[in-house]
Design a protein around this ligand. Structure first.
Ligand code: PAF
Length: 285
């Protein structure tokens, strides 16, 4: 079993002894409801650091919908067993009062510019402020060398990297490629809320992104975005966006020459579940 800590005091004593022995620490923040995508993050972290800490904290400040927060699955026992199956070292499960104590102002006042005005930021106002707040707080507490996050939340890791740069934090961000099932559906805690048929249908997101990748040099960008929206709607989704963006600043691109790093990002509802995904169309050189 991974060793479980509910307070930073007890975790820190453990981590300190490892630090003194020159061990490097990787940290994987999560909100629990673990699936094999999270396990992939642990496995990658184990390759690049000596000790791996995972946190489970359902962060209230990143939910703009209080109902969503209440409904968020809490499955600590199953999570612990899964974490054990890949040999996680330490599991940190703090209370809200430890992350947001009354006597500490954890707000960041970090201007995210246009990064959080688009895509997820547009549909979930205040979400990324909450994400930055909790990630910064967790980094302050855990004091890791490497922060490990998934590529599936493209906007999230881009904004976290921006925060690291702006605040001149010494931590290195390591991004792990999205894990997909055999049909291409990106693994997510939310997939569990889909019916079997829904899960099959959900693979249309992947196929749509592949189509866009294949045609990126052949068709105008706006046509490909529109095609994506229509294809998802036809398959029974309620799509929010299919957007082709500059991977550095997350702004929409009109032509391929805008950037050497271009990504298609998608958000769509299916069976009352909001799914997001992305695919790199042009890799940074
Ligand atoms: O991606 C998530 O699960 C959360 O947004 C994170 C990074 C753990 C912050 O609460």
């Amino acid at each position: 079993m991974p060793e479980i800590f509910n307070t930073i005091e007890s975790l820190d004593i453990k981590l300190d002894s490892h630090r003194r022995n020159g061990k490097t620490i990787a940290f994987v923040p999560t909100m629990g409801a673990l699936h094999s995508g999270h396990l992939e993050l642990i496995k990658e972290a184990q390759k690049i650091a000596d000790i791996v800490v995972m946190s489970i904290f359902v962060n209230p400040t990143q939910f703009n919908d209080k109902n969503d927060l209440l409904k968020y699955p809490r499955t600590i026992e199953a999570d612990t067993n899964l974490a054990q199956s890949v040999g996680l070292d330490f599991l940190y499960i703090p209370d809200v009062s430890e992350i947001y104590p009354d006597n500490v102002d954890t707000r960041l006042n970090l201007d995210l510019g246009l990064l959080d005005k688009v895509m997820e930021g547009e549909f979930r106002p205040g979400h990324f402020e909450g994400v930055c707040q909790v990630v910064k707080r967790l980094l302050d507490l855990v004091q890791c060398d490497i922060l490990v996050m998934g590529q599936k939340d493209f906007q999230q890791f881009t904004i976290v990297q921006y925060m690291i740069d702006q605040l001149k934090l010494t931590v290195k961000l390591h991004v792990v490629k999205t894990k997909r099932d055999k049909n291409g559906l990106a693994l997510s805690s939310r997939n569990a809320r889909l019916t079997d048929e829904g899960r099959k249908k959900a693979t249309t997101i992947y196929r749509t992104m592949i189509y866009i990748k294949k045609n990126i040099d052949l068709k105008p960008i706006q046509d490909l975005e529109q095609y994506g929206m229509k294809r998802l709607a036809k398959a029974g989704f309620n799509p929010e966006y299919v957007t082709i963006v500059n991977g550095y600043d997350l702004q929409k691109v009109k032509t391929l020459t805008t950037s050497d790093y271009i990504v298609v990002c998608v958000a769509a509802w299916l069976e009352g579940v909001r799914l997001i995904d992305n695919f790199v169309l042009k890799t940074k050189s």
